[in-house]
Ligand binder design. Structure first.
Ligand code: NAD
Length: 428
């Protein structure tokens, strides 16, 4: 397929990246979002999310006439070759994925889709969703294709244009191949399969990453108990190509807009198929335990009593490189501290505005002022370059709890402070 006419529904991290990147590959793309104010901003080239290269691609698409933004899908699908669904699939009641946005869009366009136009799910959707969409559409002439997205926030554009693989699955012969063709310009292996397998790949991959993190957090806890150093342990593990180096860093627990909801959704899916997925269940429980251990570490650093302790937090986003706060472990830790009566001040280079229960400062030094303890919760590299002697001067207490093992313990120690990481010997 050469240049195709594509409609992308939902202009969040996945939809806007998909739309802008597919336009940059030569397709004509119309992006749709129910949020009229967002559509107006995007039409004027204003991108709200922090994604390197995305504003430039949007501007390029707008000027070149290959990218446009509208509010109603019904009005723009009539001549589409493919409609990509990139709407949210949040955790619903009971922990399963809430498919209402997907179903709303499908029902809104079912009778105006041209024959042969593919409906493609890029949203993360449970196994069986393609079948459900086919039933809702009631259009045997419209193939349904699952094409899960694996981009990471903070590197969305480069991940989309340089993916490790493209996964496409359909139960309609030839349909998955046609969607794979849209990416022909990218140098990536394509896994072409049936719809259920494609749907499951996304959950299998995300839940594996969550389990890897829970595992490494447990090993870090063992390091603390045995006096071993997680940095050396994970270095020793990571050289093994069967394990790999990525996702071996301990932290305050995994979070973000995907892993918590996707682990929960797969657990519910497994249950509905009569399978108790104990391994995944344990990974979720371990994640909560890790958060509790971080809170206990902070409590110990202030002498055991969080009530009225002054706590300075460095980082609120769920990881460095993004301003996304959804299901951020940093926010979860902050809210527990606030609930215990601590006085919390936080700073994040990408986050401004108010957060419940705490003061959001505009400088990391404001966070240190009078703090009994400073806690690193997001791995922003700039925290390494802070003036730590000045931080020490501003602080009331003398401990830095570094839940990302981000800082050089020596630097903190030289500033006259104690450093405590995760799974590493304390530097005092
Ligand atoms: P998001 O919240 O950033 O964006 C969703 C957008 O869809 C919003 O702009 C919203 O206004 C719009 N929307 C909601 N309902 C709509 C409707 N009925 N019609 C049109 N627009 C509608 O979401 P996201 O992070 O881009 O995630 C979208 C999907 O992609 C989810 O299923 C998610 O699990 C999956 N995913 C996300 C990531 C990620 O890193 N964020 C990575 C891979 C997959």
């Amino acid at each position: 397929m050469g240049a195709a006419r594509i409609v992308v529904v939902g202009t969040g991290y996945v939809g806007l990246t998909t739309g802008a990147c597919l336009a940059s590959l030569g397709h004509r793309v119309t992006c749709v979002d129910v949020d009229a104010a967002k559509v107006a901003r995007l039409s004027a080239g204003r991108v709200d999310i922090l994604e390197p290269g995305l504003s430039e691609l949007v501007a390029h698409g707008l000027t070149g006439g290959t990218l446009s933004f509208v509010v109603r899908a019904r009005e723009v699908v009539a001549d589409a070759d493919a409609v990509f669904l990139c709407v949210p699939t949040p955790m619903g009641a009971g922990g399963a994925a809430d498919l209402r946005a997907v179903e709303d869009v499908v029902l809104a366009i079912a009778d105006v889709l041209p024959s042969g136009c593919s409906v493609v799910t890029k949203s993360t959707v449970p196994v069986g969703t393609a079948r459900r969409i086919r039933a809702l559409l009631d259009r045997p002439d419209v193939p349904v294709v699952s094409n899960p997205e694996f981009l990471r926030e903070g590197t969305a554009v480069s991940d989309f244009l340089g993916p490790d693989r493209i996964v496409v699955g359909s139960d309609t012969p030839g349909a998955a191949e046609r969607v794979a063709e849209l990416y022909a310009e990218l140098d990536a292996p394509a896994v072409v399969t049936d719809a259920a397998s494609a749907e499951l790949v996304k959950y299998a991959a995300n839940c594996f990453l969550a389990m890897k993190l829970s595992y490494v957090n447990s090993i870090a806890e063992l390091c603390e108990r045995f006096g071993a150093d997680i940095e050396s342990v994970t270095e020793g593990m990571g050289h093994d190509r069967r394990i790999g180096r990525s996702f071996l860093k301990p932290g305050p627990g995994w979070g973000g807009s995907c892993l918590p909801k996707d682990t929960s959704a797969l657990l519910r899916m497994a249950e509905s198929a009569g399978f108790g997925f104990g391994l995944l269940d344990a990974a979720i429980a371990e994640n909560l335990a890790q958060r509790d251990r971080v809170i206990a570490k902070i409590a110990r650093a202030v002498g055991g009593n969080l009530a009225d302790a002054r706590i300075g937090l460095l980082g609120l986003a769920f990881k460095a490189g993004t301003n996304d706060l959804r299901d951020s472990p940093a926010l979860a830790v902050a809210s527990v501290l606030c609930a215990h009566g601590a006085e919390v001040t936080a700073y994040d280079p990408a986050v401004a505005g108010e957060q419940p229960g705490m003061l959001v400062a505009d400088s990391p030094y404001r966070v240190a002022k009078g703090a009994d303890v400073v806690v690193v919760l997001t791995e922003w590299p700039e925290f390494r370059r802070l003036d730590w002697p000045y931080m020490a001067e501003l602080m009331h207490g003398d401990t830095v709890v570094d839940t990302r093992n981000l800082l050089d313990p020596r630097t903190v120690l030289d500033a006259g402070l104690c450093w405590q990481g995760i799974g590493r010997p304390r530097a005092t």
